[in-house]
Design a protein around this ligand. Structure first.
Ligand SMILES: C[S@@+](CC[C@H](N)C(=O)[O-])C[C@H]1O[C@@H](n2cnc3c(N)ncnc32)[C@H](O)[C@@H]1O
Length: 336
């Protein structure tokens, strides 16, 4: 997979995480489409097309810059690749519109790409001075400036705590509210630095890292749509098709783990030594009980891979080969 992380004429440079593992995961799936729900610069997508002649790729992204890069990157594969500018909660309708043969795989590589963080004008990073933006889809109206300046203090603290695991959420929210309007990434980073006690500033990386992550997740509604999108992905898969999800922080990984486990148990949460009741029907099998993580070599080479967790499941079929239904009458629902 040489050159998987190289840029192209669009200047889009992103090193795909756990590339070989992901390519391997899709080796045994039946011929058909792999939906890359977060195609980005198409590093994973190009490698899948290169290594698996039986597969085609439908790439989705809500970021027009990413799609421009993916278009160029996937051009050599002709009609084996199609792309759509949509958020992945529209995965089902994108599949109906654009992928005619069975869906053999779905890949989610969640979060932001390196160019989104590295291009100052996108306003994602505390490392560059820029207007607060952080929208992956620049057609979207609500940017980070609205979230930071229009959210009340309690909700702001909740966002920082829930999406950023920020233990000083209340102090930071109070300081932000006192200093509004906040217009730039540098102003926000400085406010966070001031709000955090001096002793805590010396540990855990840049003091504004968690706040920026939390605001970005809120701006792009990243966690709100994830559970339903993973459910939809499992639902559209053909028997023996596989779904793989790469997540980068605990909030994402909790949701992914919960939805895959729900599908693998049919929602049955009874004692492990008892067989589930007849009406409980698992729709997938987990390909690993836990998650794959990048080895030390990959983490050294690509610091953005350090927090990655990869989970994957394979769709089961009924004995006659038709897909099982997603259970609707299961006795228990996994908390999301
Ligand atoms: C980590 S990057 C993917 C990189 C890609 N796997 C590669 O190899 O180049 C994540 C991409 O997903 C996109 N994205 C994030 N959330 C999305 C969503 N809800 N719907 C569509 N695209 C999304 C981002 O715009 C970004 O381009």
């Amino acid at each position: 997979m040489s050159g998987a992380g190289d840029g192209d004429a669009t200047g889009f440079r992103h090193q795909p995480v756990l590339l070989d593992r992901i390519v391997e995961l899709f080796a045994p799936v039946p011929p058909g489409w792999v939906v890359d729900a977060t195609v980005g610069g198409a590093g994973h997508a190009a490698a899948i097309l290169e290594r698996h002649e039986h597969l085609r790729v439908l790439g989705l992204d809500q970021d027009a810059d990413a799609l421009a890069a993916a278009t160029e990157r996937l051009a050599p594969y002709g009609d084996r690749a199609r792309l759509a500018h949509v958020r992945f909660d529209a995965l089902r309708s994108a599949v109906e519109r654009l992928a005619t043969t069975p869906v053999s795989g779905v890949l989610f590589d969640l979060g932001v790409s390196s160019p989104q963080l590295d291009r100052p004008e996108r306003g994602f990073s505390y490392r560059h001075d820029a207007p607060l933006d952080m929208r992956m889809d620049r057609d979207q109206v609500r940017s980070a400036a609205e979230v930071v300046n229009d959210t009340d203090e309690r909700d702001l603290a909740r966002i920082l705590r829930t999406y950023g695991d920020e233990r000083f959420a209340a102090r930071i929210a109070r300081t932000i509210v006192a200093r509004r309007p906040v217009r730039t990434t540098t102003e926000l980073a400085e406010i966070v630095r001031e709000a955090i006690p001096a002793a805590a500033r010396r540990t855990g990386g840049h003091p504004a890292k968690r706040t920026f992550q939390a605001i970005r997740i809120a701006v792009n509604a990243e966690l709100d749509i994830l559970a339903d999108s993973v459910d939809a992905a499992l639902d559209v898969l053909a028997p023996d098709g596989r779904c793989a999800v790469l997540s980068y922080h605990s909030g994402e990984d909790r949701i992914v783990k919960s939805r895959l486990r729900y599908a693998a148990t049919g929602g049955w949460r009874g004692p492990a030594h008892l067989p589930p009741p007849d009406h409980v029907r698992p729709t997938v099998r987990l390909l690993k009980a836990g998650a794959w993580t990048p080895d030390a070599g990959e983490q050294d080479a690509n610091p953005r891979a350090a927090s990655a967790h990869l989970r994957a499941a394979e769709k089961l079929g009924t004995p006659d080969g038709t897909p099982t239904d997603t259970p609707t009458d299961t006795p228990t629902e996994e908390p999301r």
